[in-house]
Design a protein around this ligand. Structure first.
Ligand code: SF4
Length: 351
């Protein structure tokens, strides 16, 4: 009991070192009279050598080590559950410091191993097909908690993580500051040195933050949950469309794609009798014609609840319309359905 109390006191008096980008750590240390080069050494120890103990950082002086111990701690995620799907997708349930939980998903696909990251505990956007938003939003994740998902899964997995998508629990652009920090930590040369184009942010379409992202030119990819090219239908599926309507969203996305010189990806879940008609396909063609973009079609899985699974002929007819118009798309399979790890099935618990 006394030990727990002291540990808690230590945590609230110190900072999680994994919340710091390299440049933030340099400034924090230089305020305490430590040369900025030391921040590079620490980054290298934590992210390249994977050492989370200041005492083991052999090229850091004794004085600096005691200063680090007084001011910083290493956060960790506690793994509560690990499940493996028949298709080899893995789902991890992690507990955070405050007892809330999040899920991360690891998706193997040939030589590609993608980690799907959560960015919030819960979500406030209430998309009708998604369980993650069913209890609203509890809180944002810290950058350290986002980075820890990568560190934990790469320690637990036999395969290297080659790609990351912010497509787990939460709307990443609603936690803008922390996902930008986490991306800067992931891509830092002195640390993990993860390729920018191997990271993708998936959003329901938060226009002001898409515009902010364009200005930052982080070099990461952007995908958007579209699900309908008809404003009224989209609002039924995704209430966020009432606040950030399709027309305005498309302008923001075009300018993102132009400033990043990279195509935006549109996710389009096919819901039976809702967004799969010939007219729906033609509206999609009109909306995206001439735009530098990719389209992922995902037939909806009825076990997720709210809408109907499309029939095979609905899927084929929709695909044929896009093909006739020369619009390229990828027909995707939901992964990890049997362990509730596919899109819209992730869930977080809190008290
Ligand atoms: S799809 Fe994304 S934005 Fe929509 S409720 Fe789920 S987590 Fe939130």
């Amino acid at each position: 009991m006394i030990c727990d109390h002291l540990r808690f006191k230590a945590i609230i008096m110190t900072e999680d070192v994994k919340n710091y980008t390299l440049s933030e750590l340099k400034s924090a240390l230089s305020e305490k009279g430590v040369v900025s080069y030391c921040a590079c050494q620490i980054f290298n120890w934590i992210y390249a050598k994977r050492i989370e103990n200041f005492d083991l950082m052999t090229d850091v002086s004794k004085e600096t080590k005691s200063l680090l111990l007084e001011n910083f701690y290493f956060s960790k995620l506690k793994i509560l559950k690990r499940e493996t799907s028949l298709d080899k997708t893995e789902k991890f349930l992690f507990e955070l410091n405050d007892g809330a939980s999040i899920e991360s998903v690891f998706i193997p696909e040939g030589n590609r191993f993608t980690l799907c990251l959560s960015s919030q505990v819960g979500c406030k956007y209430s998309c009708k097909f998604c369980l993650s938003g069913s209890r609203g939003l509890k809180r944002n994740l810290t950058a350290g908690e986002i980075v820890n998902q990568y560190l934990a899964v790469s320690d637990l997995s036999n395969n290297p993580i080659t790609n990351m998508v912010f497509m787990g629990i939460g709307e990443p652009l609603d936690n803008f500051e922390m996902i930008v920090k986490a991306i800067r930590i992931f891509t830092e040369h002195k640390g993990l040195d993860f390729g920018k184009r191997r990271i993708s942010i998936s959003t329901c379409g938060i226009i002001p933050q898409i515009q902010q992202l364009s200005k930052l030119k982080l070099g990461v990819k952007l995908s958007v949950s579209l699900h309908s090219a008809d404003c009224e239908i989209r609002s039924k599926i995704m209430p966020v469309n009432r606040k950030y309507p399709l027309g305005e969203l498309m302008k923001a996305l075009k300018s993102f794609s132009e400033s990043e010189k990279y195509p935006v990806t549109f996710e389009y879940a096919l819901f039976g009798s809702l967004n799969t008609s010939k007219l729906d396909a033609q509206k999609l063609i009109r909306l995206l014609r001439g735009m530098n973009c990719k389209i992922n079609l995902i037939p909806y899985n009825a076990s997720q609840g709210a809408f109907r699974q499309p029939t095979l002929s609905e899927v084929e007819d929709f695909c044929n319309e896009l093909e006739k118009a020369g619009l390229f798309y990828t027909l995707r399979k939901s992964r990890g359905q049997d362990i509730r790890a596919s899109c819209g099935q992730l869930y977080a618990l809190w008290g």
